[in-house]
Ligand binder design. Structure first.
Ligand code: SF4
Length: 209
């Protein structure tokens, strides 16, 4: 049976890589329901399903026509709950700010304070994660230290299609509050925080937060 085409509006997110306290490079990303992964806006423009960009609730969106998106496969051995069915890609903030590994801790601190970040992925020149720098890492390191010396190296990362349940289990088991989310080619597309998971839980319970 052929599924009907539906029009979806997908929020455009940005990935900013700070290469100095005031210099940056950026890319626009969309979570593609077919790829179940972030794709660059340039790829959308070349896609036959792309209809254009629209502003919805003040945020830029891509309009595209897709057939019903594939459902995530449920976990085995027990009935799935809501957290099993929510991909972490759907919970990512509109923007992710990454730190270039060559930055000093002083420069990284300026970025984190200016943008009120509790942590940020550290990336190599290809946008792939090499670590996470958190406020406590900054406090422990001196301002002259390099980000590369102060960060916690990345030991694991999630794919956008991984479930929130899996992310929560990972954070609890590893005693961490930030998990890097990577897309195609292993590049950072977001940073999932314990607060993101808690906010989702509160909304599921009906709170308007
Ligand atoms: S336009 Fe194409 S590549 Fe972009 S989100 Fe839609 S289906 Fe995916």
């Amino acid at each position: 049976m052929k599924l009907p085409l539906v029009r979806v509006y997908l929020p455009v997110r940005s990935r900013v890589i700070m290469t100095g306290s005031a210099t940056e490079t950026s890319a626009s990303l969309v979570t593609c329901p077919l790829a179940r992964a972030s794709v660059g806006i340039e790829r959308c423009r070349e896609c036959e399903r792309f209809e254009g960009r629209r502003r919805v609730d003040g945020q830029s969106h891509v309009s595209c026509c897709v057939r019903t998106p594939p459902a995530p496969s449920p976990p085995r051995k027990r009935l799935p709950n809501a957290a099993d069915l929510v991909p972490v890609g759907s919970l990512l903030a509109p923007d992710v700010v990454c730190l270039a590994e060559a930055l000093s801790v002083a420069e990284a601190t300026a970025v984190m304070l200016a943008r009120n970040l509790s942590g940020a992925p550290v990336v190599d020149e290809n946008g792939r994660p090499v670590g996470i720098l958190t406020r406590s890492d900054v406090l422990r390191a001196g301002p002259e230290a390099r980000v590369l010396e102060a960060m916690m190296p990345v030991a694991f990362a999630l794919a956008e299609s991984d479930s929130l349940a899996r992310a929560a289990a990972l954070m609890a088991a590893e005693h961490v509050q930030h998990v890097v989310v990577v897309g195609d080619h292993g590049r950072v597309v977001g940073l999932l925080t314990a607060l993101d998971a808690t906010r989702w839980l509160a909304r599921e319970a009906g709170f308007d937060v």
